[in-house]
Design a protein around this ligand. Sequence first.
Ligand code: FAD
Length: 481
Amino acid sequence: KQPSSHTTSHTQSHAQAHLQTAKPAVAIVWLRRDLRFRDNTALNAALSQQSAVLPIFIFDPHILKTLPQNDARVRFIHQRLQQMHAYLAKHHGSGIARYHGDPLSIFQQLRQQMTITAVYANRDYEPYARQRDNRIAAYLDKHHIAFHTFKDHVIFEPHEVVKTDQSPYTVYTPYMKCWRQQLAQQWATSAYNADTDMNNHIPTTNWATLADYPSVSLASMGFTAMTNTPNADNTAQNICAEGTHIESIRTYDISDDVLMHYGETRDFPAQDATSHLGPHLRFGTISIRQVMKKAQQYHADIFQNELIWREFFMQILWHFPHTTTQCFHAKYEAVAWRHNEQDFARWCQGTTGYPLVDAGMRELNATGYMHNRVRMVVASFLCKHLLIDWRWGEAYFAEKLHDYEQASNVGNWQWAAGCGVDAAPYFRIFNPHLQAQKFDANLCYISRWVPEYNTANYSSPIIDHKAARARCLATYQQALK
Ligand code: FAD
């Protein structure tokens, strides 16, 4: 099954048209995970048609209720929308209407206020988003309003890179090869190949100039002005990183240095050698095409492979939505997880007595980020050393990571637990000490986050490595019997 385009088109009845003449006619661009003006497919499509364009954003209580209080990611979205709004207000007398409520009731409300000529949106592939969009598509269809949806968040959608029999790839390497072949074909034939910047301007015409643009304050969504978590404001700013300057909406980019040296340096957590693009790809403050184009220019193959992992896990979640909560390989459901809350709490706090694990968890708690190498180590440690269900770790990361992406988080956690697609085999158990020796030989990263390491104040190990390894192997073997 392919992602549906949701495109419907019906002629309005004469009576309806008459009734609606008094209302302004607008084409709505429903922003979701594409918070930018440049190279935004749905927005460009909307701006190329006749009606005035009104961008909207809906803070959905169904999503908000799953997030911690004063969530930095919501602040980030809120700030970003304010900047985009201010830019439109200043340059076009226009703006972004921001709502808080169930998307269906917001569309009902909008239909009372305006004649919606069509709705434009970029597709979102997560299971909840798909259900939500189907609901909205049905509603709009009932009212004869076209719902045009577009590929924008990925280079290839889930049905575009499949085996010859149309079934999905469940192993990364053949997926990656097929993906690369298709990219080469696409770039050989399309505008991606051009030297000019893709759509690298903010479209200037056709914005709606309605008088009122509703905006939602953070306070009205239960956020406190001064957050209890000392780092939340900083980190919202870190991931936002734009200040209040609105003369131009800053576009994000990857440093040339990162691209040139990524292959050699990306595994060393003490070096700031990865792109930190996670939140920007997640919320669409950068275009994936822009990132891919730059990676291609620099021949940054290893970096590109990581972006392909992102799409690999997205297509897995799209084809196998049950894997949000269930093991991809069902036989691993039999693993007898320990459900030990004390051990889990020590892992969360970063007091396991394994310095690389503790450094990673403390980095996560303080900044909303953790280096990929360390994510692999802490995830393996939770599932294999502590025999705690990957779903507990996945949920903790979902709460804390600023770059949280359901497909990547679930995919990588199942990879670490050994139960996912193309996963690390269950008998491959990272030795956290060896990992530290290899990737943080000078203890730079560890001493940054665990200053008491090598003093009497440091926790003793929660479990002996050899004993943990033996217990893990026995438990998995029992499950797989
Ligand atoms: P870079 O190294 O600069 O990579 C560039 C981009 O490629 C990333 O921003 C990301 O979009 C993508 N990418 C890189 N590695 C992976 C990967 N292994 N899987 C999928 N995409 C990748 N990544 C997330 O985006 N969201 C998550 O919720 C997430 N959870 C993870 C959980 C675990 C247990 C592990 C082991 C990894 C997880 N990752 C997740 C993957 C990876 O750790 C992060 O994408 C990366 O560390 C983000 O930092 P960066 O932007 O500097 O990455």
